[in-house]
Design a binder for this molecule. Structure first.
Ligand code: HEC
Length: 157
């Protein structure tokens, strides 16, 4: 009986939180000018982290960060990514700062803590419901991998 009551209150609490969330989203509207709330940010990045399969997360970058690979990666980054992420990875571009969510500052812990595998998975598959495209086409895979090593601590700054 006690278990039944606890379950009832749990379901009730979940329903109240869900309704409050939906009402808050509707009241705030769908403008991309708003800044995502801290809670929305936290939930979105946590769910995203859970969505990366363990095998993908543990993959290692097969490219050594040689001068050639990094030069190729920087050029590729400048061509394909800097539009939103800026050449220094800080995200301070007109497009990057007007997307919802904004392009993050990839020099910070939020991005730097990602494993090789998580970075590759993100770049290859993109991030749904954000401006981050899926770059998974075979043709650019190798370039993206080079780039990927760049988005670690060797990004141009
Ligand atoms: C059209 C804009 C746009 C372009 C072009 C773009 N990105 Fe992104 N990217 C984003 C946005 C917006 C996010 C943040 C999504 C979020 O908050 O979940 C993001 C997130 C990321 C992340 C995850 C960082 C983190 O901390 O969550 C990585 C890594 C990344 N991008 C790499 C790249 C690379 C490499 C390229 C080029 C091959 C690229 N992006 C091109 C918009 C873009």
């Amino acid at each position: 009986m006690r278990k039944g009551r606890a379950l009832f209150f749990l379901v009730l609490a979940a329903a109240v939180i869900t309704i409050a969330g939906v009402v808050s989203v509707i009241r705030r509207g769908f403008s991309a000018r708003e800044q995502p709330s801290a809670l929305e940010n936290y939930l979105a990045t946590s769910v995203r982290a859970l969505g990366v399969p363990t095998r993908a997360r543990n993959k290692k970058n097969p490219f050594l960060p040689s001068a050639d690979v990094l030069a190729e990666a920087r050029a590729h980054f400048a061509d394909h990514c800097a539009l939103c992420h800026a050449n220094d990875g800080g995200g301070k571009t007109e497009i990057g700062q007007n997307l919802y969510p904004r392009a993050p500052d990839m020099r910070l812990f939020r991005t730097q803590r990602l494993t090789d595998g998580e970075l590759y998975y993100t770049i290859h598959n993109g991030i749904r419901l954000t401006g981050m495209p899926a770059w998974g086409a075979r043709k650019i895979k190798k370039m993206t991998l080079g780039n990927w090593s760049c988005s670690y601590d060797t990004c141009p700054s």
